[in-house]
Design a protein around this ligand. Structure first.
Ligand SMILES: [Zn+2]
Length: 341
């Protein structure tokens, strides 16, 4: 019997601990421990566990400059320290970051090689804030961006769709593909919080104009807004884009219990988000891979991942696209109010 999906992880990802330099740091190994404990109790939902190998330098260099890679390596191997007010590394962090990026690459290779329909990388540090030459926002290397670029450069994909549903804007991923028409980047994020980028008016540049979709939502936004924006804007555009691969920057910090932001999603909200993306991928007949980003209340994070994997691994036929008029009108009202339309 084929597995429900492929789950990539590596013990090295548990060793990265910013608390060595900042005791109250929210990006703790316990986040992954909680996820893995809950999934283990549920028999990993029938997913096959796969080893996330370390990324090679040539993979990192698909997105990052060699000086950035070398600077991170040297800082970590010399004992670590602070990169900015949020981003701290220790000696094990470099190895963790290699396995995080390598997991995303290996998952993408497996998905495009036809080994499975869906995959998930339970890795850290996260990646979506990391820019070409800059680590920031807890992120060292941009795992999702590296995977997307690998898919296009080496694995035969012509178009990749990246859906970033972390509550923070994925500035690093957005910048990596700002001028590109072969990567559609869509982000729903809370406005007015870190990192401050991702205005709705930013739709990409030059040949990439129209291939960046930024959907900031106000603090306090509930799942009706998030789901409506996902279904009626993000997934509608992504369907027309006809990607060969769908990637999710899967942060769960829009959950109502999360200490870093103020949105009000529940575990079931992420199941619905995931179900929508999974249905899109099924209708297009293309694989879907998700990579962990944020989510800082470990118990809630674990429940969100469980719900997401359950939805992604479902073998139910994809739902047809049937817009819900109530959700649509509430999303439209929110957009109009927030963007002063
Ligand atoms: Zn986040």
């Amino acid at each position: 019997m084929p597995s429900a999906g492929l789950y990539f992880s590596h013990p090295a990802c548990l060793e990265h601990d910013p608390r060595a330099h900042m005791p109250e740091h929210p990006d703790t190994p316990e986040r992954l421990v909680a996820i893995e404990r809950l999934l283990s109790e549920r028999g990993w939902l029938g997913w096959e566990r796969c080893v996330a190998p370390p990324a090679e330098d040539r993979h990192l260099e698909l997105i990052h400059g060699s000086r950035h890679i070398e600077a991170i390596r040297e800082l970590c191997l010399s004992g670590g320290g602070g990169i900015d007010g949020d981003t701290f590394v220790g000696e094990p962090s470099y190895r963790a970051a290699l396995h995080a990026a390598g997991g995303a690459c290996e998952m993408t290779r497996a998905l495009l090689g036809g080994q499975a329909r869906v995959g998930f990388c339970g890795v850290r540090p996260s990646g979506h804030h990391a820019e070409r030459d800059r680590a920031m926002g807890f992120c060292l290397f941009n795992n999702v961006a590296i995977a997307a670029e690998l898919a296009i450069r080496e694995l035969g994909a012509q178009r990749v769709f990246i859906f970033d549903w972390d509550v923070h804007h994925g500035n690093g991923t957005a910048e990596a593909f700002r001028r590109r028409a072969d990567v559609l980047f869509a982000s729903i994020h809370q406005s007015g919080i870190y990192p401050g980028t991702g205005a709705a008016s930013d739709m990409g540049s030059g040949p990439g104009e129209g291939y960046t979709i930024n959907l900031p939502v106000p603090a306090g936004s509930e799942e009706d807004v998030w789901l409506a924006l996902s279904e009626h804007i993000v997934l509608a555009v992504a369907g027309a884009f006809e990607p060969d691969l769908v990637l999710i920057s899967a942060g769960f910090d829009a959950h109502r219990d999360d200490p870093l932001a103020g949105c009000r999603l529940q575990e079931s909200s992420f199941a619905e988000l995931a179900r929508g993306v999974r249905d899109l991928a099924e209708r297009l007949g293309v694989p879907l891979g998700a990579v962990l980003e944020g989510g800082y209340e470990p118990a809630a994070l674990a429940r969100c991942v469980l719900q997401t994997l359950t939805a992604l691994g479902s073998d139910e036929p994809p739902r047809s696209v049937a817009p819900d008029p109530v959700l649509t009108s509430r999303a439209a009202a929110t957009i109009a109010r927030h963007w002063s339309l």
